[in-house]
Design a protein. Structure first.
Length: 366
């Protein structure tokens, strides 16, 4: 049986020994492409062995957004869930208290936000250790990840980031604007609107490692080598994240400052003392990038108590889809009051109109 792990380590060792410069860029690019392909084969083998996710690790999405609490065992995730949602996730002073996904609901600023507490991950989770693959798979359906790190064990943070990356998840990164269109002949043609760290020769070397010899490539983001490989594989999930230090009551102010700077934490929390909880709720709402739309029936007042929660830059089409799946077909026009309209009650006959927070929408259907 092919030992993918050894092959990957050998290539990684070669990369470490190779000094990065313009002359070696292409060689390093090809080596990284080989690693990506080997990891893909390794994942396929692991998936065949483990099968699909086990019971308790699939939760139906509910509410206006889903937030996942991710961290090592006993980092304080369950206590945090209970404090911000009133859920009943078991809490204990020992590892692996949570053995399945525990959902809770945060009602905040008229939005219903689902919070999921999953079992703690460990080093090697992406390879299946400690049922880590099932845990990390839950992130695929999350809109936001809360990375929970015990202030007394900051060394867990780089391990979490490593496991998440191995699971094809990119935290706090925007999906690069890179478009690759394969074709039958003509070789590899590259166009770009921005400067990048990698040159055309390296791009072509990487693509050939993936057996792509004819394609048009358009680059609109200032990407590096790893990001370009991500674009070729096109199996990455891009999710925003908040980094939280928990158990702030168990460390000195000097220790907290040091650890916060070390891992780039956004917040320091003490769930037991209710420190930082309100700030966390605000940050969750902001990171989910919500806007509130108020619906109005013809010849009636708008309902200002129960807004529709949508992602910023949503359109009239999104309003129709969230109201009823048939409304897109039945749509005739809409009247809009608010920031996105030039005048109160402006009529829009196209679904592509972008709305803004606080808009009032009146749908007219067939």
């Amino acid at each position: 049986m092919v030992d993918y792990k050894k092959q990957i380590k050998d290539i990684e060792d070669e990369i470490k020994k190779t000094k990065y410069n313009k002359a070696t860029q292409g060689h390093i690019g090809k080596l990284k492409a080989k690693i990506a392909m080997l990891k893909g084969k390794q994942d396929q083998r692991t998936s065949k062995k483990t099968g699909s996710s086990s019971y308790g690790y699939t939760v139906r999405k509910s509410g206006d957004g889903t937030v996942l609490l991710l961290g090592f065992p006993s980092a304080g995730k369950s206590t945090l869930l209970n404090v911000i949602t009133g859920a009943e996730s078991e809490v204990g002073a020992y590892a692996f208290t949570t053995l399945s996904v525990v959902p809770g609901m945060l009602n905040y600023k008229q939005a219903k936000i689902q919070i999921l507490d999953v079992p703690g991950i460990v080093s090697g989770a992406a390879s299946g250790k400690g049922r880590g693959r099932e845990v990390l798979t839950v992130i695929q359906n999350a809109d936001l990840v809360l990375i929970v790190v015990d202030v007394t064990t900051p060394e867990h943070y780089p391990a979490i980031i490593r496991e998440v990356r191995e699971a094809n998840i990119r935290l706090n990164q925007r999906k690069p604007e890179v478009y690759i269109k394969k074709k039958g002949t003509g070789g590899i043609q590259i166009g770009r609107t921005v400067k990048t760290e990698i040159d055309n020769a390296t791009i072509k070397d990487i693509m050939r490692e993936f057996k792509i010899v004819n394609a048009d490539v358009l680059i609109r983001s200032p990407i590096n080598m790893d990001q370009f490989i991500d674009c070729i594989e096109s199996n990455k999930k891009y999710v925003p994240a908040i980094i939280c230090l928990t158990k702030g009551d168990m460390a000195t102010a000097a220790q907290i400052r040091k650890v916060k700077k070390q891992i780039g934490a956004d917040l320091v929390l003490s769930a037991h003392n209710n420190v930082g909880i309100d700030e966390l709720k605000d940050m969750i709402f902001d990171k989910l990038d919500f806007m509130r739309i108020y619906m109005k029936e013809p010849r009636k007042e708008a309902d200002m108590n129960e807004p529709m929660i949508l992602q910023t830059k949503s359109s009239l089409k999104d309003v129709c889809l969230k109201t009823h799946k048939d409304f897109v077909k039945r749509f005739r026009f809409a009247r809009v009051w608010g920031k996105s309209a030039k005048h109160p009650g402006q009529r829009f006959s196209r679904l592509v109109h972008k709305l803004k927070d606080g808009d009032i929408v009146e749908l007219h259907l067939d």
